[in-house]
Write a protein that binds this ligand. Structure first.
Ligand code: PLP
Length: 427
């Protein structure tokens, strides 16, 4: 079949192949995300649909707002969920805060800094980028110098950039931004619930995330929190859709937001007690997001962070134990993802295929300059568990050995197991 757009697209035809029921092999997802969802989240998502203005459903929305304030450690009233994957919330914040021509500074240290640069450009911003080598993070001095040089309205940065496994220290960055008259937008997709992100204490104006990493859910719902400064800018740009305007409607004084779907002023009206219609709710995703937050709170913040720390330390010890070299600055590594250089003479893709096809375990490679040069191993959310980490390492030892990589068999798994034993002794 030739496509009119000259793209290649291969799909089975109904006549040539019976369409099978969706019944995939149960993979263990140990890459940089998505991960296996917690079964409780999947169960919550199988609950019957409700109308979005049903009082029961409005109750779940309100509970989600309360619970995500806890997850984000914030008192921000505007803590809600955007229907879409994590980038939808990043785009919603930029489209709603930034007017064309306004300056956005992106502090980029990996592929997801590049994504924010791209989104800001598409929003028509005057984008400036400051970069640091992949595998490193910024010092507060570097951030301050960039703020001084570019005077942006908004600084956008990842909390953790999954592509490089680095975790940017952010405790000082909010204060710095405010000293230079900028707002701070943080993309916490990869790190929320894996490492502390006290939004109010760190003075972050807007934070966005996804469910598919440390929150133990599927992708498709994006939690977001906005402080009063951000909410005020957005609400000044409030223009309600024509079909929903009432006789007493007065449009906001600010410029209309260039996207309808990502118009956070309308989304805020929808989540507020006004319950103004906007999109048709992805009810099932809201159930999932609700359960992710409930599980986080039930286990307790410190316990969740500790579990990610131990799993990450165990993964790292295991990889090093089998003679692999860990990628990047280990002191600023995310606890939930570890990169390892692919050894000379070993085929990275053959290893990934054997892990997947023979052991049902998915691991990742990376992007850009790191594609095919490192593997990335995740231990996050539901998979930040002893058995998941040890099984992954055990399978990797077998596959690496078959590839001719020389190391002491068993040393990786033993070192990794030891980390959990020591942690148990300390608790
Ligand atoms: C740090 C970071 N930001 C943004 C994204 C984009 O998220 P999504 O694919 O859910 O839109 C990802 C996805 O892996 C990510 O790791």
């Amino acid at each position: 079949m030739t496509s009119s757009t000259n793209q290649s697209l291969s799909t089975p035809s109904l006549s040539s192949q019976a369409i099978a029921q969706v019944n995939p092999l149960p993979r263990l997802l140990m890459g940089p995300g998505p991960i296996n969802a917690d079964p409780r989240v999947l169960r919550a998502m199988s609950a019957q649909l409700l109308g979005q203005f049903d009082p029961q459903f409005r109750g779940f929305m309100k509970q989600a707002m309360v619970m995500y304030r806890e997850v984000f450690e914030t008192r921000n009233e505007w803590t809600l969920i955007v229907d879409g994957t994590a980038r939808s919330a990043i785009e919603a914040v930029m489209a709603s805060l930034i007017e064309p021509g306004e300056r956005v500074l992106v502090a980029s240290y990996g592929r997801f800094g590049q994504l924010k640069t791209e989104i800001a450009r598409r929003c028509g911003a005057d984008v400036r980028v400051v970069e640091t080598e992949w595998g490193t993070v910024f010092t507060p001095e570097q951030i301050e110098a960039a703020l001084r040089e570019h005077s942006p309205k908004l600084l956008a940065v990842c909390s953790g950039d999954t592509s490089t496994t680095m975790l940017q220290p952010l405790a000082e960055v909010g204060k710095l931004c405010h000293r230079y008259g900028a707002l701070l937008q943080v993309d916490a997709t990869a790190s929320l619930a894996g490492a502390a992100l006290p939004v109010d204490a760190w003075e972050i104006d807007a934070v966005t995330a996804g469910l598919q990493k440390c929150l133990a859910g599927p992708s498709g719902a994006a939690p977001i929190t906005l402080n009063d400064a951000a909410a005020k800018i957005i609400y000044r740009r409030r223009h309600i859709e024509q079909g929903l305007q009432t006789a007493d409607y007065v449009a906001g004084a600010g410029r209309i937001i260039g996207s309808n779907y990502f118009d956070l002023a309308m989304v805020m009206d929808y989540w507020s007690d006004k319950a103004l219609n906007h999109h048709t709710e992805a009810t099932t995703m809201l159930y999932g997001a609700h359960e992710c937050a409930r599980i986080f709170i039930e286990e307790g913040r410190e316990s969740v962070y500790r579990r990610h720390r131990i799993a990450g330390a165990s993964m790292l010890a295991g990889l090093e134990g089998m003679g692999l070299r860990v990628f990047g600055d280990k002191t600023n590594k995310m606890p939930n993802v570890t990169g390892a250089w692919i050894p000379e003479g070993v085929s990275g893709e053959r290893v990934r295929s054997a892990m997947l096809n023979d052991f049902n375990i998915e691991i990742g490679t990376s992007f850009g300059p790191l594609h095919g040069r490192i593997w990335r191993f995740g231990n996050m959310g539901y998979n930040a568990r002893q058995d998941a980490v040890l099984l992954t390492l055990a399978a990797l030892e077998t596959v690496l050995s078959a590839e001719g990589h020389r190391f002491t068999r068993g040393a990786g798994v033993d070192a990794a197991w030891q980390v959990w034993r020591e942690a148990q002794n300390q608790s």
